[in-house]
Design a protein around this ligand. Structure first.
Ligand code: 5CA
Length: 446
């Protein structure tokens, strides 16, 4: 993409309405624009990151054997009356009446809708196990929408639902989700720690939230410092292997790590004092096992191996796709702007032309740009007439992890500069070398 033909409305001033750094930077970098409280338009740069995050979520869900689909945003109130949640959900649910006076709602989550689909189409245990998911907009009429996309009213969520014959099978689905979430967040350059939590409006006993530690997080968390040393890394996993998934669950959840809702001071005391931590965190996902709560309420049974109708064991599993942009920025920025991890960056490399209009510099930039495009390095080429300082400031603000700087002085020696946004380090090299280096870096970020 050439910046001169792109739409990147960066702001010079820091918007007064934004209280936390991720919100400020998303506004300043021209990623989002508020349309009403807690509701945002995704401008092209923000939209690119949103799509990258969705892509990673899709890949990791499908790697775990979960099946993508798409359910509508508007749902019928009747289904929610069957589960008893139409009233229970309270004022957070946006209720709508259509022209025929039918009561509808903008879905805050989809347990009812998916259970309705499964009860109509799954009759035998032989069709199980089954995990379906989608990435779709949700609406929750939050009392205090704030912090930009972090606590929105309209927000994008991946929500997945498992249907199993037995409690054991459903717990395997729970563990499988935990593993896939660890992989998902790590690919985004994040450490998200599973912590025992409260199930709230979803119900059920077993639930873990995934927390990214950040001072601006809305949850208070208590944990054993050892949990911050764990990482899933690039190990292979067989998602059908029950023991293997249970082993990962054990590894990541056996130490003390809880949100304030389930915090147990007496248990926490048992963690050696030097490892006890109290901090704040951003909840970027949550997994639930709730047994037959919804299948009982909606009559979702299958014929079991003994020929008798058996209620389905279910769980639901959510990732805050749009919230993740805020969480990633909270975890990765400096005073100049955002620092995107390679896995989610909107463009993989920025190209800065220091002397736009100089034919040798322009043609070198054109060549580098064409080569980057051809290699899938997805460049953003600043080909505007802006002075060098302004170009650097914009690149730093929007946070592309790598920048190639091209100027007449370097070119005279056959060199450009490759700069890391994270370390700030610049190295002079031939253009082909810079591209080779980027090729190598991005090979591990498909
Ligand atoms: N049905 C279950 C799992 S699919 C569910 O709705 N779980 S949830 O309520 O925990 O939401 C899943 C994730 O959505 C949360 O972990 C959080 O990351 C994100 N989320 C929830 N509310 C908001 C909000 N108001 N703004 C942005 N993201 C949100």
């Amino acid at each position: 993409m050439r910046l001169s033909r792109y739409f990147l409305p960066v702001l010079k001033e820091t918007p007064a309405e934004a209280q936390i750094v991720s919100h400020r930077l998303m506004l300043r970098a021209g990623m989002i624009k508020q349309s009403s409280a807690g509701i945002y338009s995704w401008l092209p740069l923000g939209y690119r990151v949103l799509r990258r995050i969705e892509q990673i979520v899709h890949e990791e869900q499908q790697r775990a054997g979960h099946i993508p689909m798409l359910m509508p945003t508007l749902q019928s109130a009747d289904l929610w009356r069957e589960s008893g949640r139409y009233d229970a959900f309270g004022p957070e649910m946006l209720r709508i009446t259509d022209r025929h006076d039918r009561e509808m709602l903008y879905g805050p989550t989809n347990e009812e809708l998916i259970t309705d689909i499964v009860r109509a189409n799954v009759g035998s245990y032989k069709q199980l196990p089954l995990t379906l998911y989608h990435i779709q907009w949700k609406f929750r009429d939050e009392v205090r929408p704030r912090f930009g996309v972090m606590r929105g009213r309209e927000f994008l969520m991946k929500d997945g639902y498992n249907f199993d014959l037995t409690r054991e099978d459903a717990l395997h689905a729970y563990n499988r989700h935990l593993v896939s979430y660890l992989r998902t967040y790590e690919r985004m350059g994040l450490q998200a720690i599973p912590m025992r939590a409260d199930s709230g409006a979803m119900g059920g006993d077993d639930t873990h939230e995934f927390l990214v530690l950040a001072e601006t997080g809305e949850s208070e968390v208590f944990y054993d410092a050892e949990v911050t040393e764990l990482s899933f890394g690039d190990r292979e996993i067989d998602y059908d292997d029950v023991a293997e998934c249970a082993g990962v669950m054990e590894e990541f959840t056996s130490r003390y790590a809880r949100t304030d809702e389930t915090h147990d001071a007496a248990l926490f005391e048992k963690v050696p004092e030097e490892r006890r931590r109290t901090a704040r965190g951003i909840e970027v996902g949550q997994i639930f096992y709730f047994g037959t709560k919804y299948s009982d309420a909606l009559g979702a049974t299958v014929q079991g191996p003994d020929g008798k109708p058996t209620a389905l064991h279910m769980g639901s599993h959510g990732i805050g796709v749009s919230r993740l942009l805020g969480a990633i920025i909270e975890a990765s920025h400096d005073d100049k702007g955002i620092i995107w991890p390679e896995g989610v960056t909107p463009f993989r490399v920025g190209i800065v032309n220091l002397k736009q209009g100089d034919s040798a510099t322009d043609s070198a930039c054109d060549g580098i740009y064409a080569q980057c495009v051809a290699e899938g390095l997805d460049p953003l080429y600043d080909d505007t007439k802006e002075r060098a300082g302004g170009k650097f400031a914009t690149m730093d603000l929007i946070g592309l992890p790598w920048r190639i700087t091209v100027g007449p002085r370097g070119l005279a020696a056959g060199k450009v500069e490759l700069t890391s946004r994270r370390s700030g380090e610049s190295v002079e090299m031939a253009p082909e070398e810079a591209i080779a280096k980027l090729r190598e870096i991005y090979a591990s970020h498909p």
